[in-house]
Write a protein that binds this ligand. Structure first.
Ligand code: FES
Ligand SMILES: [Fe+2]
Length: 337
């Protein structure tokens, strides 16, 4: 499946940028092949529009923000959050601005510290609901924001693939003694999938400190959610009550590139585990995945006969089936290379 060629993918929300990136200036981003500009309006709310001025097509992301209005770097035209041109410096009277001076805007809303964008005015689903983000016992830590050369669906199934840690996460938590999960239970949901599993893992020294556990071997009890199409939530429950939740969206830039947007939530304090230590461990884990995922084909086939499968691939198989059903529902044919 090629993400830019399936129009239905425009009907979902994606986190495109940490809100902190917008505090000084507008920023450009490419979402599903569409160049967009993001900025903060006068109330500090994020806005998104096509990154192309309707005058001479200059990139608005190179401009500035004045009183919440995006200002073109070429001749200074200003547009509000609805895309209406509200100032043309070359005209004496703003009331004479032609109504055709307009740029297309997109749905944009802040959530979990990021600007989320939907390219279609009629989203099929809400932004994934992460209940712990509203729970005062949890702190939210922004972890990674970087492009990877791979398809988002590969990242999604990798998150739910409990056979890879033994081989990929050799320096972090993979256990040679546990090549498969002890249990794996999958439920279909209206938002995607809910997967419960237990997996034996090892804890290197750094992780023993982060988890405040002295033992090298432990069991992770996993509560995982796949929010169609490209968000995964991994709730990792440790025997000592510590909960580490990873929320990851490989926001689709184009067919072969994804912007990894990852944050985590933990029910401990900075004094117990400093943010830098939490990020350092997850960084190591994430880089182990990256090196492999970037070697995979970005045209992920939804057609199951195109790749071989095994028992632990069940979540990935269901992801493909649900994506294929979504396309069918929308009257779309899977686009491939
Ligand atoms: S190109 Fe934007 S104001 Fe001229
Ligand atoms: Fe992994």
């Amino acid at each position: 499946m090629l993400v830019t060629r399936q129009p239905v993918l425009k009907r979902f929300w994606y986190p495109v940028m940490p809100l902190s990136y917008l505090s000084d200036r507008p920023q450009g981003f490419q979402l599903l092949g569409e160049k967009i500009v993001l900025w903060l309006d006068a109330d500090g709310k994020p806005c998104a529009a096509r990154d192309r001025c309707c005058h001479r097509s200059a990139a608005l992301s190179l401009g500035s923000v004045n009183h919440g209005q995006i200002t073109c770097p070429y001749h200074g035209w200003q547009f509000n959050s609805s895309g209406t041109c509200v100032k043309v410096p070359q005209l004496n009277d703003d009331t004479t601005i032609p109504k055709t001076y307009k740029i297309p805007t997109y749905l944009c809303t802040p959530r979990y510290g990021y600007a989320w964008v939907c390219l279609d005015n009629n989203p099929l689903k809400d932004i994934p609901h992460i209940a712990e983000a509203d729970d005062p016992n949890f702190r939210l830590i922004q972890e990674f924001y970087e492009p990877w050369n791979c398809a988002g669906l590969r990242v999604m199934e990798n998150e739910l693939d409990l056979a890879h840690p033994t081989f990929v996460h050799t320096s972090t938590f993979g256990s040679e003694d546990h090549p498969i999960p002890d249990s794996l239970d999958i439920q279909d949901t209206d938002y995607g999938l809910h997967v419960q599993a237990t997996l034996g893992v090892v804890n290197p020294e750094m992780q023993q400190k982060n988890l405040r556990m002295a033992n090298r071997e432990t069991t992770r009890t996993l509560d995982m959610d796949w929010f169609m199409p490209l968000t995964c939530k991994l709730r990792i429950n440790y025997p000592n009550g510590l909960v580490h939740i990873i929320v990851n969206t490989p926001t689709p830039i184009d067919d072969s590139t994804s912007q990894i947007v990852q944050f985590c939530l933990r029910n401990d304090t900075e004094a117990e585990t400093p943010i830098t230590d939490v990020i350092a461990f997850d960084r190591q884990v994430t880089l182990e995945d990256k090196v492999i995922l970037e070697t995979t084909d970005y045209d992920v086939p939804l057609n199951l006969s195109k790749e071989e499968h095994m028992m632990t691939d069940k979540p990935g198989i269901l992801i493909r089936r649900k994506m294929a059903a979504l396309l069918k529902e929308q009257g779309e044919v899977e686009q491939v290379l």
